[in-house]
Design a protein around this ligand. Structure first.
Ligand SMILES: [Zn+2]
Length: 434
């Protein structure tokens, strides 16, 4: 147990997201020590495969702080768990003729670890080997790349001052390297850009977004980092040919399959991540698309709806974000039009934080995402992308034809006035209907 957590944390500190220890960004050397200490602990644990109960007890005091970090890590792991990061990274590195630099090897090994988990001994071993081969500076570069990627993808990650573009340390090649790795990793971040807020971070949120603490790559819905400029930092947003959202209009192609949600009631977990209100869904809810199950990860809102039907947006839209075991993403969109009060939304808005901050888990409040669905499941369908940076493609979209009511007041109570990406060129993509 200790060993597993330690390995995970070690991964996190080096190749993952560097939550660990980085909250105190002033004490760089302390962090180095912590990493070194953990490395040693992992090695020690390796030697004591048959750990006795006494040993476990001795390690017990390490557990609580480690557990907290492990929870924070969930968000990071989720970001990598689709396997897309790994695939992309492997594809890019496969073209590398001269062989990989130690920090790239470490990054790759780390991503493998985050994707495959710690159960595969070969993956763990490869990571440890890569770790041994790199010096601290190289590890720091990898951390920066991961931090920038996660921050860009909307994670509440604190980016080390050493990792921001302005940092004096980010010199020449190192900066290019970081950016490069960033693009690849960010691209792989799943779940609609904002998918994995769970775990979140517990420390002071204001700090993370105060003017002194610059995000490496910030994005927004208006201004200098508005949608028309996302492509500058996130190439897929600018150059992708299958971007979402689309204006839905005929002619349509016919499909025969159906989508069948099977959503379950569970503890409400809700977060204002600075871009939207998002509900992180406990395991157990899924949707079947043409018979294939996809797990519901989270759902979130846009105002107005990103999708348009014949050029018209609705007041808002809910995006239910799903992922199957192959890591493929599917978004179910339910458009919300002004009308009667929506009881489901009422529950959500009661608990939704007005300002950006960590996930809130209101005691004993249960929610069933099915409350937000219409009865009829007829849909439009097309292949699109995340509608937030990094705009990763190969996301299946299903937009329900039946809209659901939301009261005007409920629309204006949504803390984001505008958080919708404009419609994107279809580039000849067919739009299907069932
Ligand atoms: Zn969305």
């Amino acid at each position: 147990m200790i060993r597993t957590i330690a390995i995970i944390l070690l991964t996190l500190s080096t190749a993952g997201a560097g939550y660990f220890g980085w909250t105190q960004k002033k004490s760089n050397s302390a962090v180095t020590e912590q990493v070194a200490e953990l490395t040693q602990k992992v090695e020690e644990a390796d030697k004591k495969v048959e750990a006795t109960e006494e040993e476990l007890a001795a390690n017990k005091e390490m557990l609580p702080p480690l557990m907290t970090k492990a929870q924070e890590l969930e968000a990071v792991k989720a970001a990598f768990s689709t396997g897309t990061v790994l695939k992309d990274l492997e594809a890019v590195y496969a073209k590398e003729k001269k062989g990989l630099s130690p920090e790239r090897q470490l990054g790759l090994a780390g991503v493998r670890l985050l994707t495959n988990g710690t159960k595969d001994p070969a993956t763990v071993e490869a990571f440890q080997k890569a770790l041994e081969m790199t010096d601290w500076k190289a590890q720091q570069k990898v951390i920066c790349a991961a931090q920038n990627a996660l921050a860009a993808a909307g994670q509440p990650v604190k980016v080390m001052s050493e990792c921001t573009a302005e940092a004096p340390e980010a010199k020449g090649s190192s900066k290019a390297e970081t950016k490069d790795a960033h693009a690849e990793k960010a691209d792989a971040k799943e779940g609609h850009g904002k998918d994995d807020k769970k775990g979140g971070k517990k420390d002071d949120k204001k700090d993370a977004h105060g003017p002194a603490d610059a995000h490496a790559v910030h994005w927004d819905y208006e201004g200098a980092m508005g949608p028309e400029n996302w492509g500058k930092e996130f190439p897929t947003c600018g150059r992708g040919k299958s971007q979402a959202p689309l204006n839905i209009k005929g002619p349509f192609e016919k499909v025969r399959f159906s989508v069948a949600p099977d959503y379950k009631q569970g503890q409400l977990k809700i977060v204002n991540n600075g871009h939207t209100i998002q509900v992180n869904v406990p395991a157990g809810s899924k949707i079947r698309i043409d018979g294939k199950p996809y797990d519901l990860l989270q759902f979130h809102f846009h105002r107005p709806s990103e999708e348009q039907i014949d050029g018209k947006p609705s007041a808002m839209v809910v995006h239910f974000v799903h992922k199957n075991t192959e890591g493929e993403l599917a978004v179910l969109a339910v458009m919300l039009r002004e009308g009667n009060e929506n009881p489901g939304i009422k529950t959500l808005w009661t608990h939704a934080p007005k300002a950006e901050g960590p996930e809130v888990v209101p005691d004993g409040v249960m929610f069933n995402p099915a409350n937000l669905l219409p009865k009829e499941m007829d849909f439009f369908h097309y292949d699109g992308s995340l509608t937030t940076p990094p705009c990763t493609e190969k996301v299946k979209f299903f937009i329900l034809k039946t809209q659901v009511n939301i009261a005007k007041e409920q629309v204006s109570d949504f803390p984001f006035k505008l958080n919708a990406r404009p419609v994107q060129p279809a580039n000849g993509r067919p739009i299907y209907t069932n």
